[in-house]
Design a protein around this ligand. Structure first.
Ligand code: ADE
Length: 227
């Protein structure tokens, strides 16, 4: 899967995703991430990419032209026009099923905004999906883009070591994951639940499922209603 990120801070994207599991997935060519600097596509003399808002008000607005030209350069190069996700607190709130939907795409373009906003005209022209990562406001779309890319990448076959693990984790069928334990059997007087040491797989499965339901009811009852 190929992610094309349009941003004013390409190094933030590449450094953030270049380590750990996403970094290894890039090395193995399971995913490809390019961060394209919008500033490289401005026609203004001093590399300007933003300007004052028409009608007045605080802050600066990112101009349409450099964003449009960045998009044009990417789509011409790859020879197609994939979905364009604009990271914005005004979008639909990202969740696991959106990640599963995006993971079906071969290419995805992600636009990171900054300053007070982006000229609406270029959004109307190129954006297919408006996505937020939660009801709070960040300084830019880079962290949200990284969150989304991380989440989608781990659904790409081969990215996680163990092929089953993406399936059984938190949010599989809208249930939170059951509690996990590893060695030692006793830590500061706290023992691992006996059932997990019993070797009885059917009982362990049943216990884990019960724990998932209990945990979801206690911590995220809203997830049970969503189904
Ligand atoms: N840009 C600023 N805040 C954001 C958020 N919560 N989600 C997506 N993009 C954003």
């Amino acid at each position: 899967m190929n992610f094309h990120v349009m941003t004013l801070f390409p190094e933030m994207i590449m450094q953030g995703l270049g380590t750990s599991i996403t970094g290894r997935a890039m090395q193995k060519k399971l995913i490809q991430i390019e961060a394209v600097n919008i500033r490289d596509y401005t026609l203004e003399k001093h590399g300007q990419v933003d300007d004052y808002p028409y009608g007045g008000g605080a802050g600066m607005v990112m101009q349409a032209e450099p964003i449009y030209r960045t998009w044009e350069s990417i789509t011409n190069r790859i020879g197609k026009q994939p979905r364009v996700v604009y990271m914005t607190p005004q979008g639909s709130v990202f969740n696991q099923s959106m990640a599963e939907d995006f993971a079906k795409e071969e290419d995805l373009i992600i636009l990171c905004g900054h300053y007070e906003g982006v000229d609406e005209r270029v959004l109307d022209m190129i954006v297919t999906d408006h996505v937020s990562i939660g009801d709070y406001v960040l300084t830019g779309g880079e962290l949200p883009a990284m969150v989304m890319i991380d989440c989608i990448s781990r659904l790409v076959p081969g990215v996680l070591n163990n092929n089953d693990s993406a399936e059984f984790e938190s949010f599989h069928e809208n249930l939170l994951e059951y509690p996990q334990y590893t060695r030692p059997e006793e830590f500061m007087g706290r023992r691992v639940p006996d059932i997990l040491l019993s070797g009885h797989h059917a009982n362990i499965e049943k216990w884990r499922h019960e724990q998932s339901v209990k945990r979801t009811m206690e911590r995220r009852p809203d997830l049970l209603q969503e189904k």
